[in-house]
Design a protein around this ligand. Structure first.
Ligand SMILES: NC(=O)c1ccc[n+]([C@@H]2O[C@H](COP(=O)([O-])OP(=O)(O)OC[C@H]3O[C@@H](n4cnc5c(N)ncnc54)[C@H](OP(=O)(O)O)[C@@H]3O)[C@@H](O)[C@H]2O)c1
Length: 368
């Protein structure tokens, strides 16, 4: 028997508090698995290599009575999230021993996978708030890096952060050479990819982040005007370096308000995230002062969640992005934490505002 540690969802955090290690999410090292004999019942057995802590996982910890864009985690069950696994045994057609797969998986060392078919059946047009099951984002076989790039890239630029940036940029921002875009939380995994896609298209990029280290990281990605929003206000910086043709928003609040002022007529906003208000009760949310400019400037605002745009763009994503990565035209930085036992703490670190890490936090569970 082999030890099969997993991360359990033990208690729901209150709506506006950070989860606590040991109280809300815990590591359970008591389980074992027989890797040679565990029944597969038509599925396949995987070994977890990489896990990717992401903000949407906090949303899944909410009370099930609260409507949102995902289903909720079950108490007492292991949590699920995006990761990379390698196939150890398979009874499933199309899944071969040694395949690398990326998608939603159980946060445990080894898993008998039941999820393979559901993503194919996911129909974004049928999605309604609260009914979309995140578990439908099943594992997909992905290209073997063959030593050209690290598997950790599947938690950043080749995973949901990269996909989010790609589908939102292609589907909403579009962007033309010579235009100016503002990206909030530009050092986040999503933001850093948006910056690079914009530079590849010849846009001028203004981007914000919460530390000087992150400002330098954004500069290294080609950002023309990076700034620390804790040292200079969004409004004052955009007044100096705007106006802007588009705004990629990861944070909401004051950044959104300042962008409304700096945006040109007939411009657009892609609302990707709301990090500045995610853990605050609505009564403490920043109130927009510039909402009246939406009509006056005829601004298009589009909120999106990545699964709705994936079917349209995933082919182009895997055709273009791994090659650009290998050619060195796209970069991503990962901050690696070793060991599934560090999963709960790493997840909470990811949620904290202004952590010093530039790039994507990645948990390496096993090195194959
Ligand atoms: N729509 C979708 O389908 C989709 C998919 C994936 C992610 N997202 C969203 O995209 C955003 C980035 O995700 P990610 O995975 O790339 O995140 P990430 O790499 O973990 O970075 C998150 C960053 O958000 C910033 N932040 C946190 N609290 C903040 C606050 N109060 N004010 C301003 N900034 C704050 C922090 O950076 P600073 O130090 O710079 O403050 C933090 O490092 C998140 O809002 C996430 O929810 C959306």
């Amino acid at each position: 028997m082999t030890s099969n540690p997993r991360i359990l969802f033990k208690k729901r955090p209150n709506a506006h508090e950070l989860p606590v290690v040991g109280e809300h999410i815990v590591i359970d090292s008591s389980t074992t698995i027989d890797l040679d004999r565990v029944p597969l019942t038509g599925g396949f057995l995987t070994k977890t290599l990489i896990l990717s802590p992401e903000p949407a996982m906090r949303e899944r910890m909410r009370d099930p009575s609260v409507t949102s864009y995902t289903t909720t985690y079950k108490l007492g069950a292991p949590i699920t999230g995006f990761g990379v696994v390698v196939v150890l045994r398979s009874e499933k057609e199309g899944v071969t021993v040694g395949d690398y797969m990326y998608g939603l998986t159980v946060w445990e060392a080894y898993t008998v996978q039941p999820y393979i078919d559901s993503r194919v059946n996911f129909k974004p047009e049928e999605w309604a708030p609260g009914t979309f099951d995140m578990d439908s984002l099943a594992l997909q076989v992905v290209p073997n890096p063959n030593g050209n790039y690290s598997l950790t890239k599947y938690a950043s630029i080749l995973g949901t952060p990269g996909l989010t940036a790609f589908v939102g940029f292609e589907g909403i921002i579009k962007g033309k050479e010579g235009e100016t875009i503002f990206v909030s939380s530009g050092a986040s995994a999503v933001g850093s990819m948006v910056i690079q896609l914009a530079k590849l298209k010849g846009l001028k990029v203004i981007a914000s982040a919460g530390s000087d280290t992150k400002v330098e990281y954004m500069r290294g990605l080609g950002t023309d005007f990076p700034f620390n929003y804790k040292k200079e206000s969004y409004g004052s910086f955009l007044a100096k370096h705007g106006p802007i043709n588009s705004f990629w928003d990861n944070v909401g609040g004051e950044a959104l308000d300042a962008a409304l002022e700096a945006l040109l007529p007939l411009s657009c906003i892609a609302i990707c995230g709301t990090s500045s208000t995610d853990i605050l009760p609505p009564s403490e949310h920043y109130r927009l002062k510039n909402a009246h400019l939406i009509m006056k400037k005829r601004i298009t605002i589009r909120g999106f969640i990545v699964p709705e745009l994936i079917p349209q763009f995933i082919g182009k994503f895997f055709a273009d992005i791994p090659a650009l990565l290998v050619e060195g035209k796209l970069k991503s930085e990962e901050f690696v934490i070793d060991g599934i036992e560090n999963g709960p703490k790493t997840f909470i670190d990811m949620l904290k505002s202004g952590h010093e890490v530039a790039g994507k936090l990645v948990i390496v569970v096993a090195k194959e």
